[in-house]
Each structure stands twice: as structure tokens, then as C-alpha cells.
Design a protein around this ligand. Sequence first.
Ligand code: HEC
Ligand code: HEC
Ligand code: HEC
Ligand code: HEC
Length: 147
Amino acid sequence: MRFAKVFTVLVAALFVTAMAYTVVAAPTYVGVNQCKMCHMKQYNVWKGTAHAKAFDVLKPADQAKPACVKCHVTGDNKSLPGVQCEACHGPGSEYKMFSVMKNLKEAEAKGLTPKPVGVCVKCHNKNSPNFKGFDFKTMWPKIQHGL
Ligand code: HEC
Ligand code: HEC
Ligand code: HEC
Ligand code: HEC
């Protein structure tokens, strides 16, 4: 009787542990080169925009200031300089595989934001010392990268 109880508890504990490991991994940023291989057209447009150079425009002293860097890199990570694809479309580790990407619903469930129109103002706002105002209708055409 007691053995059965202990056994049940043990099995339950194992189950919970297993669940913890199989639960969907939190998506992480993979970098623009991981998107480029399948989205060459979007990449070529992006490369010519201010976003691609957003880290380079900071003076070296400012590149060392987290308060400046946060809006000039991707995922608050200096090893991903500039405003890359994932800064808008979401971290891609879980959706970048062809098997996932070809199915928009599944890609969304795994972290893709296909039309991230609301994300702009996370950076284009008054916390930016160089804020010039933001209007999606006039700003989007400058970075538009349709298929
Ligand atoms: C292995 C190839 C592959 C990789 C790598 C890849 N994608 Fe895709 N992506 C696709 C395919 C295929 C589609 C679907 C295109 C279609 O419907 O015509 C797609 C669609 C998209 C769409 C449009 C969704 C829609 O239909 O509105 C976005 C946005 C996108 N990908 C972003 C990214 C980003 C950001 C990365 C890098 C993190 C990335 N993709 C990496 C193949 C890829
Ligand atoms: C809240 C996000 C954010 C923060 C924080 C931020 N920036 Fe920016 N920065 C932007 C945006 C967005 C632009 C594009 C200008 C615009 O349209 O508002 C920009 C543009 C720039 C430019 C390009 C020149 C220009 O006038 O467009 C420089 C240089 C710059 N920022 C330096 C800095 C420095 C230095 C700091 C830290 C003291 C900083 N930024 C902090 C978002 C930010
Ligand atoms: C992660 C922060 C971030 C996000 C999100 C972001 N931007 Fe920016 N954006 C910047 C920074 C920083 C610059 C300045 C880069 C430079 O001067 O090289 C900039 C520059 C620009 C510029 C060029 C400046 C100009 O006045 O011509 C345009 C256009 C622009 N962004 C549009 C957008 C749009 C549209 C969105 C949303 C779809 C968006 N941005 C989302 C940070 C961001
Ligand atoms: C500054 C934010 C931003 C960045 C950076 C960005 N995108 Fe987008 N992207 C958007 C927005 C917003 C849309 C949807 C606009 C709409 O349909 O109204 C979009 C649309 C797309 C689409 C769908 C296009 C279509 O015609 O349906 C693809 C694919 C895509 N992006 C891939 C990429 C890739 C790959 C990169 C990096 C090389 C990238 N994006 C960088 C904001 C961004």
C-alpha cells in the first residue's frame, strides 16, 4: 500500500520533470543571416535602410551605453547590431525552419509576428533623444520590403 503511494508520487514527479523539459522552448534571436538564406529579396531591401546601420550611427562612446544601445540593436544584444528582422518579426529560433515557416499559423504560434505594425513605436518614441515624430503611413514606405 505504502509502496504504491510512493511509486505514484515518484511517477508524478518524473512526469512533471519531463513536462518541464518538453514545454515549448522560449524563442531566442538567431540573427539576420538565418533569415537571409530564404528571404534574399527582403534582406537586400533591409540592407539599404537606416535600420541596418542603426548600431554604426552611434559614436563609440555611446555604443558602450546600454541606455543608447537598447533601441539600436536587436533583442538588446550587441552581437546582433542594428534593427534586424527579428526586432520586428519576433525571435526566430522556433519558427525559422521551413517546416514551420511554410505554415503561417504554426509560425505565429512559435513567435512570428507577420505584420508587426505596432512594434515601431517601441523605439520611435520620446525616449529617443533624436525623436522626430512617427507616422506609420509615411515611415513604412521608407523601409517597405514586400515579397
Ligand atoms: C528555410 C527557409 C526560411 C527561413 C530560414 C526563414 N523563412 Fe520566413 N518564410 C519562409 C517561407 C517558405 C514563407 C512563406 C512564404 C509564402 O507564404 O509565400 C515565409 C514567410 C515569412 C513571413 C511572411 C508571413 C506572411 O505570409 O505574412 C515573414 C514575416 C517571415 N517569413 C520572416 C522570417 C524571419 C524574420 C526569418 C528569420 C528569423 C525567417 N523568416 C526565416 C521561409 C523561411
Ligand atoms: C527609445 C529608443 C531609443 C533610445 C533609448 C535611443 N535611441 Fe537613438 N534613435 C532611435 C530612433 C527611433 C532613431 C531614428 C530617429 C527618429 O526618427 O526618431 C534614432 C536615431 C539616432 C541617431 C541617428 C541620427 C538622427 O538624428 O536620426 C543617433 C546618432 C542616435 N539615435 C543616438 C542615440 C544616443 C547617443 C542614445 C543614447 C543617449 C540613443 N540614441 C538612444 C531610438 C532610440
Ligand atoms: C528596435 C528599435 C526600432 C524599431 C522596433 C523600429 N525602428 Fe525604425 N529606427 C530605429 C533606429 C535606431 C533608427 C535610426 C537608425 C539610423 O539612423 O541609422 C530608425 C530609423 C528608421 C527610419 C529612417 C529614419 C528616417 O526618418 O528616415 C525609418 C523610416 C524607420 N526607422 C521606420 C520604422 C518603422 C516603419 C518601424 C516599424 C515597422 C520601425 N522603424 C521600427 C529603431 C527602430
Ligand atoms: C522595422 C521593422 C521590420 C524589420 C526590421 C523587418 N520587417 Fe519585415 N515587415 C515589417 C512589417 C511592418 C511588415 C508588414 C507590413 C504590412 O503588410 O502592412 C513586414 C512584412 C514582411 C514580410 C511579408 C511581406 C509581404 O509582402 O507579405 C516578410 C516576408 C518580411 N517582412 C520579412 C522580413 C525579413 C526577412 C527581414 C530582415 C531582412 C525583415 N522583414 C525586417 C516590419 C519589419
